[in-house]
Design a binder for this molecule. Structure first.
Ligand SMILES: C[S@@+](CC[C@H](N)C(=O)[O-])C[C@H]1O[C@@H](n2cnc3c(N)ncnc32)[C@H](O)[C@@H]1O
Length: 321
């Protein structure tokens, strides 16, 4: 059984305590009935990671725990081997004792587009919905957040997060392996992020409402998602696949998205960044050897996906409640 007691102890003494009414039963049930077939194997990898002396912790410019010189070359090889058992690594990069986990996504590019435009995170209690393996959780903490919680139902991402947290067991950074539908309306977070999730939702407006229900009055939403060009009534609902992904439902224009946010009662929705995904930001590496963006675009015209839709264009939108 995984031990979530340290997280529950934190909840008991902070403003998120109402979550304790539902979460422990959900996580107990999940562990009994819904574990992935490889989950035991991933947990074994984590239990084999050696304890090390971590000389440095860098969260402001990168996620880097420890230096190469802290450990022997034998330990380096052992840790590299174990971390590679958790492939594919999609979100990062992470540097652990000099081992560079070169992930498919340069998630730091996204963070650099987001950070200059948001209310300072110092002292804030923050939620990241669909946080992947938690790269941005660490950067949020590095930007001064007091307590950081990510939720993501992917058990591989959860295991990758545990592997990284092994080298920096910060008691105020947590990934909880549940989806947004499992969360009660807590209405206490100062900032809610959701990056790269909206287009995967079949009911995007309900999803935005769920995000709103996590925020305290005056709190800030930071939404990052795929968008298309067009007016406030323009939304792309692709066919079976978009950029080879099967689970893409709604790709609105930024004007439509701002309109949805206003209809839901969000204040001051602002588009603060608009960027085409580049082949430098999303690519195959030795830590993620499957297909990547280059395989998802029309080989003769990179402004289109392989299905003929506009190539991935991503917006960052902020709003308050
Ligand atoms: C494209 S990734 C984005 C990861 C990260 N936020 C980023 O921007 O790089 C989408 C994530 O949403 C997660 N996800 C899918 N359904 C979800 C749900 N119902 N609630 C929360 N997260 C969900 C997936 O597991 C996946 O990690």
């Amino acid at each position: 059984m995984l031990d979530f007691t340290p997280f529950y102890a934190k909840l008991a003494t902070n403003k998120l305590h109402s979550w304790l009414q539902t979460l422990p039963a959900q996580l107990a049930d999940w562990q009994k009935h819904a574990l992935h077939g490889d989950f035991k194997q991933w947990q074994k990898v984590i239990s084999n990671l050696p304890a090390t002396d971590v000389s440095t912790i860098e969260l402001s410019n990168a996620v880097q725990f420890g230096a190469a010189a802290d450990i022997s070359s034998g330990e380096t090889e052992r840790i590299r081997y174990l971390l590679q058992q958790l492939k594919p690594w999609r979100k990062g990069p992470f540097n652990i004792h000099g081992i560079e986990i070169d992930t498919e996504w340069r998630s730091d590019f996204k963070w650099d587009r987001v950070l200059p435009h948001i209310s300072p995170l110092s002292g804030r209690t923050v939620l990241d919905v669909g946080c992947g393996s938690g790269y941005h959780l660490w950067r949020m903490r590095g930007a001064g957040a007091q307590f950081v919680v990510g939720i993501d139902p992917s058990q591989l991402f959860y295991s990758q997060f545990q592997a990284i947290k092994h080298f920096n067991p910060d008691p105020d950074v947590h990934l909880i392996p549940v989806g947004i539908d499992d969360m009660p309306a807590i209405a206490q977070f100062d900032t809610v992020f959701s990056m790269g999730v909206l287009y995967h939702r079949r009911s995007p407006i309900d999803f935005l409402q769920q995000l709103k229900q996590q925020l305290r009055p005056g709190g800030e939403l930071i939404l990052e998602t795929l968008v298309v060009e067009g007016d406030e009534h323009h939304v792309l609902v692709p066919g079976e696949r978009y950029a080879k992904m099967r689970n893409v439902w709604f790709i609105p224009s930024t004007l439509a998205l701002c309109h949805w946010l206003s209809r839901l009662g969000f204040k001051n929705p602002k588009v603060v960044d608009l960027t085409m995904t580049s082949l430098a930001e999303q690519r195959a590496t030795s830590w993620m050897e499957n297909e990547s963006l280059i395989d998802f675009l029309d080989p003769t015209d990179h402004s289109k996906t392989i299905e003929g839709y506009p190539a991935p264009l991503r917006a960052v939108i902020t709003a308050t409640v």
